[in-house]
Design a binder for this molecule. Structure first.
Ligand code: PMP
Length: 400
């Protein structure tokens, strides 16, 4: 009798396949804080790919708030929010977030992923339809997969195609109970902005709910970084579910949802990720509230982010780089083949700039890129250094 195959043999086999296809993640280790001048794998480089848009992860007010919360409330929260893990710090954060977002109420989840995976399946179930942009984030895709609703996808950022899908949905028999339209606000691979000014009226016309994932719009777009709804000056009621994260421009961690008081009450009674998973440590909640203080009181960070974004895009386009449809601080540098993107990233690292390649299957095979993300904490000299490094590496590789 031959020995039975090990039940875990597939682990090594599948990793080997990924390595052979050069699709495995090689983790790069930060030897200190995430700031423009940082240490990666023991080497001093310029960070050009973190989501810490405003540099708040090392802001003194956030650090002080976190330390103070450990002193007053301890290291952990002791429970899930629904049982014994709701502290005054969590409630205060939600009150402040709702005010910042100009919404009736807000709810904080452990992460943005947990918000999408927990709430979407509750908003649309059997007999309902979810209509989703084809380039929506993976956490939305997983949330949609967990839903019992039917699904339809519309062409990326294309309101005409969305209109087609919604018209078809109207003819469906039996009629759908509810329709939920979901889109990212800013798309994380291309840095383009969803045309919410056209999507919102369409959703309203068809009586559909509108859910926007503003993970990359908060702290970036709109008045004082209030996000995409503010950017398009939409009526608050036009977007019924505004979802976001504290892990990007806010510089900490945690997901959130804002909207009506009924939405929030529904969300915390129904989202399994919220009900069944431990709440944030006090330091996290306090640091997130401090991030809102900073956004409200120090508008210079958002202004600086946009100054640098415009300068970087202009200089890079001037050198002949293809930045695709970027209209935000997410600035992809499109190079075509995966191997070219990897070589460019490697050369940039040698020159002292850390920017990762994004390749198939994360983007189409011929759309490999280096995704750079602007950061308000970059000095003028650091930005000039990054542009020079790109120009040098780009010339060496025959890209410009
Ligand atoms: N939505 C979008 C568009 C994102 O880019 C991300 C983070 N990559 C998330 C949701 C998940 O947010 P979090 O990091 O808080 O889980």
């Amino acid at each position: 009798m031959t020995a039975p195959r090990s039940p875990t043999a597939f682990l090594a086999e599948e990793v080997r396949e990924l390595v052979a296809a050069d699709l495995d993640w090689k983790l790069r280790v930060l030897g200190g804080p995430s700031e423009p001048s940082c240490t990666i794998d023991g080497r001093k480089v310029l960070m050009l790919c973190s989501n810490n848009y405003l540099g708040l992860s090392t802001h003194p007010r956030l650090k002080a708030a976190a330390i103070e919360a450990v002193r007053t409330h301890g290291a952990g929260s002791g429970s899930v929010r629904s049982i014994a893990g709701t502290m005054d710090l969590h409630v205060e954060l939600e009150r402040r977030l709702a005010r910042f977002k100009e919404a009736d109420a807000s709810l904080v989840y452990q992460t943005g992923f947990a918000a999408n995976a927990g709430l979407i399946p509750q908003l649309a179930g059997e007999g309902d339809l979810i209509v989703s942009d084809e380039l929506n984030h993976g956490s939305i895709i997983d949330g949609v997969r967990l839903a019992r609703a039917e699904r339809a996808v519309y062409h990326h950022a294309d309101p005409d195609d969305l209109a087609r899908v919604l018209k078809e949905a109207e003819r469906h028999t039996p009629g759908y109970r509810r329709i939920l339209v979901i889109t990212d606000g800013v798309f994380s691979m291309d840095g383009d902005i969803a045309p919410l000014d056209r999507i919102a009226p369409l959703a309203a016309e068809h009586g559909a709910m509108l859910y926007v994932d503003d993970a990359h719009g908060e702290g970036v777009l709109g008045r004082g970084g209030r996000g995409i709804v503010s950017h398009f000056r939409l009526d608050r009621d036009a977007v019924q579910v505004e979802m976001g994260t504290f892990s990007k421009a806010f510089g900490v961690v945690g997901g959130h949802v804002s909207g009506s008081a009924e939405l929030v009450r529904f969300a915390y009674n129904k989202s399994r990720t919220w009900l069944l998973s431990g709440s944030h440590p006090p330091a996290v909640a306090a640091a997130c509230t401090a991030a809102i203080d900073v956004l409200e009181q120090e508008p210079q960070h958002v202004e600086r982010l946009w100054t640098l974004t415009r300068r970087f895009q202009e200089a890079m386009r001037g050198h002949g780089f293809d930045l695709g449809t970027s209209a935000t601080p997410i600035v992809p540098v499109l190079v075509g083949e995966s191997s070219t993107a990897k070589r460019l990233s490697q050369r940039l690292f040698e020159l002292g700039v850390f920017a990762l390649p994004i390749v198939f299957p994360m983007v189409a095979r011929d759309k490999a890129r280096i995704r750079t993300i602007m950061n308000a904490a970059l000095t003028d000299e650091q930005l000039a250094f990054a542009i020079d490094a790109f120009a040098k590496a780009g010339r060496e590789l025959g890209l410009i």
